[in-house]
Design a protein around this ligand. Structure first.
Ligand SMILES: *[C@@H]1O[C@H](CO)[C@@H](O)[C@H](O)[C@H]1NC(C)=O
Ligand SMILES: *[C@@H]1O[C@H](CO)[C@@H](O)[C@H](O)[C@H]1NC(C)=O
Ligand SMILES: *[C@@H]1O[C@H](CO)[C@@H](O)[C@H](O)[C@H]1NC(C)=O
Ligand SMILES: *[C@@H]1O[C@H](CO)[C@@H](O)[C@H](O)[C@H]1NC(C)=O
Length: 314
């Protein structure tokens, strides 16, 4: 799966190495007690190679102002932890494995990766043309833990497949993200450990039951114009097996730079200055349904706070 096109690094230096950008990019030398400071971003073009990197620097503070501004990282749960690590912020051992000079030994970067386990049941509708349809109605049940929705996918003029899927909110299984390569274009290694906690497995069995129940309901049967004889009820053991074999993603990955362990309450990366992460990687818990609205609100809220901070300090 190709996820990245243009991939930035962060340039981390200390304030006093201001005049030594080129020689100190990879070897920040900080005074005692001074946190390393992000000074800009390095990027490559999507069609370029890593040797042709471009640097963009933050503007020097105006006289009487101590503010350098911040680099705001919003690359998502799969890329934000990766970019921090490539910039030298992450678990020491991993950075050393790739000879990345260590800016901050922040062991929680890449930890607490989460994804919501989902299962979907495909049922064929009676030969009848239907238009593709994204989810229009979402069913939320079991104390907001189970979200059921459906999509319609016509596969040919005489066949329409309908997916009835259930997603589990607030899973307790946690995974991890690690670097696979020093090249920022390489995808990192990500393990979500779906259903590794018994609690999640039991919840998945429950999701499977709900999906089964909805698929065989009178109204779904009426809509699809199909008898659901093909769907036989699964027993307890079969449901667990079904979950194991069919667990899938709704692409709501989150974690990796979580609030309280990698970023502070202002979404600033702890142990360094001048870097904030504002995206889904900071979520300790994802909202039950799609997280876009929550993330847009997070972006706006943090943006307004940053503007206020600037205005009050200038
Ligand atoms: C900087 O601050 C000093 C003392 O507060 C003031 O006298 C001076 O005019 C300020 N300089 C600028 C460029 O704002
Ligand atoms: C790290 O540096 C050592 C010594 O220069 C070298 O042998 C090793 O191959 C490097 N490892 C990586 C992943 O670049
Ligand atoms: C890096 O951080 C971990 C966890 O806090 C700690 O156990 C380890 O000793 C640290 N390594 C160094 C070299 O500071
Ligand atoms: C769908 O229609 C095509 C041609 O019109 C036919 O070859 C095919 O067998 C049909 N498939 C089904 C599932 O009825």
């Amino acid at each position: 799966m190709e996820l990245q096109h243009t991939q930035p690094w962060l340039l981390i230096t200390c304030l006093l190495s201001l005049f030594f950008f080129s020689s100190s990019l990879d070897s920040p030398q900080c005074n005692k007690g001074e946190k390393p400071r992000a000074r800009g971003v390095r990027f490559i073009k999507s069609e370029g190679n890593t040797k042709e990197a471009y640097n963009v620097y933050l503007k020097k503070p105006e006289k009487n102002s101590s503010s350098w501004g911040d680099v705001i990282l919003s690359a998502g749960a799969l890329s934000s932890p990766q970019i921090l690590m490539l910039s030298g912020i992450g678990p020491l051992k991993q950075l050393q494995r790739f000879n990345i000079s260590v800016v901050a030994n922040l062991t929680e970067v890449g930890k607490n990766m989460q994804d919501n386990p989902a299962i979907s049941l495909w049922v064929d509708s009676k030969p009848k043309w239907r238009v593709p349809d994204t989810p229009q109605v979402t069913g939320i049940t079991d104390n907001y833990k189970i979200i059921i929705e459906s999509i319609v996918v016509p596969t040919s003029p005489n066949l329409t497949r309908v997916s009835i899927a259930g997603k589990l909110a607030f899973p307790s299984s946690r995974g991890e993200l690690e670097l696979k390569d020093k090249d920022p274009r390489a995808n990192p290694l990500v393990k979500f450990n779906y259903l590794s906690e018994e609690e999640d497995m039991e919840a998945c069995v429950n999701v499977q039951r709900k999906v089964e129940q909805v698929s065989t309901s009178r109204w779904v049967t009426f809509y699809l114009g199909n008898d659901r004889n093909g769907l036989k009820k699964l027993g307890e053991g079969e449901s667990r097996e079904y979950c194991k074999k069919n667990v899938r993603t709704f692409y709501h990955y989150h974690g990796g730079c979580t609030l309280g362990s990698v970023v502070d309450k202002d979404y600033k990366v702890i142990e360094v200055s001048g870097v904030r992460v504002v995206d889904g990687s900071t979520l300790v818990e994802s909202p039950g349904t799609n997280p876009m609205a929550t993330l847009m609100m997070l972006g706006r809220y943090q943006g307004l706070k940053i503007i206020e901070e600037r205005l009050s300090s200038s």
